[in-house]
Design a protein around this ligand. Structure first.
Ligand code: TYD
Length: 147
């Protein structure tokens, strides 16, 4: 299977990566600007998450991100200010690509979940929006700018 992108709500897409498997097991390779539409500047992963925890609860001003569960599963709530969608991440070769302002919350982590995130920028606290109303204002401004 080729890597690919499938549209979800505006601003987020589902992405697929090829699995290289043989009698020894499986391998997934992700290359910037080939399997991903951006340069990878930063990788982080979330694991050992406490039960009933909701993480994220923010949006970014300008950041491209792909997240997937290399192990276990979790749910991601995606909200672009107009539409919402909850996606279950449960495959090491299928993720969510967030490429414009999206409020996101990650929840229902399985005990063994390792959520991997690849981004196009270094960590920058100034790129975060933690207030949902501020997020809605930003989305409105961008819609007005586009006319
Ligand atoms: P946090 O932003 O709360 O994670 P999430 O929104 O995914 O639940 O990050 C937890 C801590 O890790 C916080 O102290 C900031 C730090 N951190 C980094 O140093 N670099 C990073 O790339 C990220 C995402 C977080």
């Amino acid at each position: 299977m080729e890597s690919g992108v499938q549209k979800m709500i505006c601003g987020a897409s589902e992405v697929f990566f090829p699995i290289h498997g043989d009698e020894r097991g499986k391998l997934v390779a992700i290359e910037e600007n080939r399997d991903l539409e951006f340069d990878i500047k930063r990788i982080y992963y979330i694991y050992d998450t406490c039960p009933d925890v909701v993480r994220g609860k923010h949006a970014h001003i300008d950041l491209h991100q792909v997240m997937l569960c290399v192990c276990g599963s979790c749910e991601v709530l995606l909200d672009n200010g107009q539409e919402r969608e909850v996606v279950t991440l449960s495959a090491p070769n299928r993720g969510v690509y967030i490429h414009s302002p999206i409020w996101r919350e990650m929840l229902h982590f399985s005990k063994d979940c390792v959520l991997l995130v690849m981004t196009n920028k270094f960590y920058d606290r100034l790129d975060y929006i933690f207030d949902y109303d501020e997020f809605l204002r930003m989305v409105k401004e961008r819609v007005e700018e586009k006319g």
